[in-house]
Ligand binder design. Structure first.
Ligand code: ZN
Length: 328
């Protein structure tokens, strides 16, 4: 039986989503943080506003680990003028504590721009509700256009607000937003400080170029090319081959007999060569240059029909830089 006393139930609040954008202390650093709290107690309170933890996630985690009752500072609802002010506050204390690269700041700003935008939207909706005195007819008629314009303007403003809060340019936030939209993987790398926003944008442009070439490669297939012979029993190729075999046998029998047969040997040989070439061209030639090495997702690859290999015709037409590493 485990006789260690259970830690007391600790009252907690949900974390503010913007606070959650920042990494927590981990590993040895967290152990040291806990040791300090065990020795000296909780030095600073956990800030709570509108039933959410604005600051102090690590303090709360340490309290939970040590089984200490957390010290909260619960602010009044009007402590921050509005949600956007609270968001700006969370950002400012978090970036002051950490050494973040320009790229990391821009990536975080791209994430937080959404929070600024939704906070602004909620504020506007609250204001609209308050201003219920406007003629209902006028409101209904003007609303769609008005709100579309507002939305665009607010998007821009949200980016500016996020850029300002993180101390980076709006342009770098726009770039970081583009990276976030197009590649969650690269966004994570920028956020972790592994690559710059500029390098991520370049990488995306490169992939987009490859995708365009990839799309162009699809045109190298003749319109009536068939990838799989779905039902060999009824496939026109099989039916034709069978009838050639039967007619050919009958004709040879005739040719060997008394009457003989008129066969244009040269034309037949030339035609058979074409048939042979077409059949051979359908065989696997090399790994698909378009999706090889996971540069692109094989799933949905039109050049190889997601099989991972291509026939010679398609391989020969692929851009040379994709063929580096060579055929199989
Ligand atoms: Zn492919």
């Amino acid at each position: 039986m485990d006789n260690t006393p259970k830690p007391p139930e600790i009252k907690t609040y949900p974390f503010h989503p913007v606070a959650n954008r920042f990494p927590m202390i981990e590993g040895d650093q967290f152990k040291a943080f806990c040791e300090d709290m065990r020795a000296n107690g909780q030095r600073e309170p956990i800030l709570v506003w509108r039933a959410q933890i604005i600051d102090g996630r690590n303090r709360l985690a340490a309290c939970e680990t040590l089984g200490i009752e957390p010290w909260y500072d619960i602010k009044d609802d009007d402590y921050f003028e509005n949600e956007e002010r609270a968001i700006a506050y969370i950002i400012s204390i978090n970036i002051r504590r950490r050494h973040l690269t320009q790229g990391q700041l821009a990536a975080l700003a791209a994430e937080c721009a959404e929070s600024f935008a939704s906070a602004a939207k909620a504020r506007q909706q609250a204001t609209l509700k308050q201003n219920g005195t406007v003629s209902a007819n006028l409101r209904e008629r003007e609303k769609p256009q008005l709100s579309a314009n507002l939305r665009e303007a607010e998007k821009g403003k949200a980016t500016e607000k996020a850029a300002e809060a993180f101390g980076v340019s709006s342009r770098s936030v726009e770039s970081a937003k583009k990276v976030k939209e197009k590649s969650p993987h690269l966004h994570a790398k920028v956020k972790a400080g592994k690559i710059s926003v500029h390098a991520a944008v370049k990488e995306i442009e490169k992939t987009e170029k490859q995708k365009a070439e990839h799309a162009a490669a699809v045109d190298t297939y003749p319109a009536d090319v068939q990838f799989k012979l779905k039902s060999s029993k009824y496939n026109p190729l099989i039916i034709r081959a069978k009838s050639i075999k039967e007619d050919g046998a009958a004709l040879l029998k005739l040719a060997e007999g008394e009457m003989g047969a008129f066969i244009d040997i040269n034309r037949l040989a030339a035609s058979l060569e074409i048939v042979e070439a077409i059949v051979k061209a359908g065989r696997p030639h090399s790994a698909c240059p378009y999706c090889r090495a996971d540069r692109l997702d094989k799933k949905g690859c039109k050049a190889c029909k997601s099989t991972g290999w291509v026939p010679k015709l398609i391989f020969d037409q692929a851009p040379p830089e994709l063929k580096k590493g060579g055929a199989k």
